[in-house]
Design a protein around this ligand. Sequence first.
Ligand code: 3SL
Length: 234
Amino acid sequence: MASIDVCYSPELLHLYDLKGKAVVAVDILRATSTMVTAFAHGATAIFPVMELEECQAFSQQGCLTAAERNGIKAEGFDLGNSPFSYMDGAVKGRSVAITTTNGTRAIRLSEAAEEIVIGSFLNLKRVADHLKQLQLDVLVVCAGWKGMFNLEDTLFAGALAESLLEDFTFENDATLASLHLYRAAKPDLFAFLKESSHVRRLQNLDIHQDIHYCLQHDLYEVLPVWQHDKLIGV
Ligand code: 3SL
């Protein structure tokens, strides 16, 4: 039986062997929720990159560029990191290059994996169904915040572990802790996260709607998958 494990921060990735594994990269607030939204609203490809300059250069290839640092849209880019700015035809038929504080870093640092898929509550069931079919060992890579643990990505890891329980094994405390936290949080995810650091950070920036949006389960069936140098929606 395949296994599931959880890496709480990209800074801990050196402890894991990614070879032959399926990585689920997750940044619930908000990068991976935004990417899922972008594909659900017609984006054709997403180039996740780590640096602002690298991202800006993609405009020469006809890509929209998107950048966020510390929760704020970076100046000179077409888009920020709010999922709502990827709706209403904004990205339909377009490729998007994006850099965010933690999410795009988590994806790029996972490149040694056999497969990388993008997870969020918005496409949770689609991710779980795909992993059940794939039957590779799974590592959930939480983007965290600047190398630190965060609660919302951990809750997603727990939700995914709960969906995979019958088909996957685990013998690690990271998955067990995620599962316990998700089960405690499940009746009201927002209430559970109310005092968490990134929820407070976003609220201090007057960002409220995005938080509630990103905590919804199974709004979309899209699955962003890493292919060579970009994500495509399948
Ligand atoms: O860190 C990231 O990648 C972002 O998702 C953070 S924010 O929600 O845009 O502030």
